[in-house]
Design a protein around this ligand. Structure first.
Ligand code: NAD
Length: 476
């Protein structure tokens, strides 16, 4: 349970912002301009369902328009409220600045429990919500571009794109009005996995930072590290899958809305995911120890804790019992400002949300560019690249046979070297590059400034400085 002294999510974000901005020397008034949320639109609309009209409440918040379009997901959940969307919109501003995605920050939400509606009903509701936002330019390829978040995915994004297209039939760039669409509706390869993939790349880069590792009291590589994941949804599932399958980490705990699963030998992520899809939760999963009070599993011993569900899950009531030396915030705002203070003093290293889950917006940026350029990445170069590689291989083989050198290319080399990069490989390469470079900019501030104790403050310093530079360039 959260403590009464706990600030709201938006206040928490502001407090973290304030800690960082105090270390910057901004012109008078600019700090306030950057902090405040520019506008929040609230809409209430009715949809006729099962013979009666049901009224829904939704929001779209625009935090900063220092760059346009503004960008941020649309969440479908019962907890959605104005404070939450404003906090999430602010985080989007800082996140985009940190990873150099050329957008301002926005976020939207609809107060709904999507599990209570069938697909057709959800389509009606989503289209109606989209209609309300589109007619106010709160969904628009040049002004405001949503993406998936909790409770939404490719399906909802395809409905939104289609709704925009119906209302703007002559807009040749209409597909760029929303990202996270399915591939056959203008999406990009690798978007569904992008946020979880970004978490993996972020951890890999952290494990290359010897000083960072030492601050967390960790050594070695990701291989064999014990990982607890909260929330096996889009972000948590992909992060857990890639870390266990590709980096050799052990997923020793999975926490879901109905309880937790633990196994010190490592859980089978695919099997747990399949069980959740089939049964709606982890309850009854046969191959692990089930813990009814799942939230407590967050306090178990592990090397890396990955909160990937909700905000505020590590708060004043449990922060001092957290044992993980390293937390990577795959969710937005999982640690409250008060908990952040407690854990920082304990020496726990937190890789902050604005960086850790930026893989989603990074690949969304690639999708938006793809939509505006109306061509798949790699389509022009791929065969040309393959042809040039073929020339090198042919030449090597000719030299070897002409000169009787008996050279043999290693098994698999030819196949790998000759293959030109397809869209998925290009997306992963762009994402990896973004996650590495953004980490390094934060890391330098963290390690080099004596007044910066933690990565979160470093991330805010980098992000705020970039937003401030944009405002200054505009003459504000
Ligand atoms: P999702 O809806 O796919 O998954 C959320 C998961 O959390 C679900 O499996 C749900 O059952 C579980 N959950 C709900 N309540 C829980 C509880 N009390 N304890 C444990 N688990 C619980 O959502 P998602 O898209 O994976 O988003 C998760 C987080 O990541 C959110 O904070 C979101 O803002 C953030 N995020 C998502 C993206 C993205 O691309 N989807 C990008 C950036 C950040």
């Amino acid at each position: 349970m959260k403590n009464d002294k706990e600030p709201s999510f938006r206040e928490s974000v502001d407090m973290m912002f304030n800690r960082a901005v105090a270390l910057l020397d901004l012109p008078p008034g600019l700090e306030e301009k950057i902090r405040v949320c520019n506008a929040t639109y609230t809409v209430r609309f009715g949809v006729r369902l099962r013979g009666k009209i049901e009224t829904f409440t939704g929001y779209r918040s625009v935090h900063s328009e220092h760059m346009e379009p503004v960008k941020g997901g649309i969440r479908f959940a019962m907890g959605v409220n104005q404070d939450e969307v404003e906090a999430l919109a602010a985080l989007m501003t800082y996140k985009c600045a940190l990873v150099e995605a050329p957008f301002g920050g926005s976020k939207g939400g609809l107060r709904i429990d999507p599990r209570l509606y069938d697909e057709h009903e959800l389509e009606l509701i989503t289209r109606r919500f989209a209609y309300e936002l589109i007619k106010r330019d709160l969904i628009d390829p040049a002004q405001n571009v949503p993406a998936p978040d909790m409770g939404t995915g490719e399906r909802e994004m395809a409905w939104i794109a289609d709704q925009y297209n119906r209302m703007n039939t002559s807009d040749i760039n209409s597909k760029a009005c929303v990202t996270g669409k399915p591939l056959n509706a203008g999406g990009i390869a690798g978007r569904v996995e992008a946020t979880g993939r970004g978490v993996q790349y972020a951890l890999r880069e952290f494990f290359r930072d010897e000083r960072g590792l030492a601050k967390a009291g960790l050594t070695g590589k990701l291989d064999g590290k014990r990982v607890i994941v909260q929330g096996l949804g889009n972000v948590g599932y992909h992060a857990a899958k890639f870390l266990s399958e590709e980096d050799g980490s052990k997923i020793t705990g999975i926490i879901e809305h109905d309880g937790g699963l633990v196994d010190e030998n490592g859980l089978n992520v695919e099997a747990v995911r399949a069980w959740i899809i089939e049964n709606g939760g982890v309850t009854g999963y046969p191959d692990a120890t089930y813990v009814e009070k799942g939230a407590a599993v967050i306090e178990n011993e592990c090397d890396i804790l990955v909160p990937a569900a909700l905000e505020g899950v590590i708060n004043l009531s449990n922060a001092d019992r957290i044992k993980a030396p390293l937390i990577i915030e795959a969710a937005n705002g999982p640690v409250t400002a008060g908990a952040d203070d407690i854990m920082r003093k304990k020496g726990i290293v937190i890789i902050p949300d604005m960086y850790a889950n930026a893989g989603g917006v990074t690949v969304s940026y690639f999708e938006w560019v793809k939509n505006l350029s109306h061509i798949r990445f790699g389509r022009m170069q791929r065969r040309q690249e393959e042809g040039r590689h073929q020339l090198v291989v042919d030449e090597l083989e000719r030299l070897s046979s002409d000169k009787g050198l008996g050279w043999q290319l290693s098994p698999g080399f030819k196949e790998k070297y000759l293959r030109g990069a397809d869209e998925l490989e290009l997306v992963r390469s762009g994402l990896d590059d973004t996650m590495r470079i953004s980490y390094q900019t934060m890391r330098d501030v963290w390690h080099e400034r004596d007044d910066v104790e933690d990565l979160r403050t470093a991330a805010y310093i980098v992000a705020i400085s970039k937003v401030a530079a944009s405002y200054r360039a505009k003459g504000l």
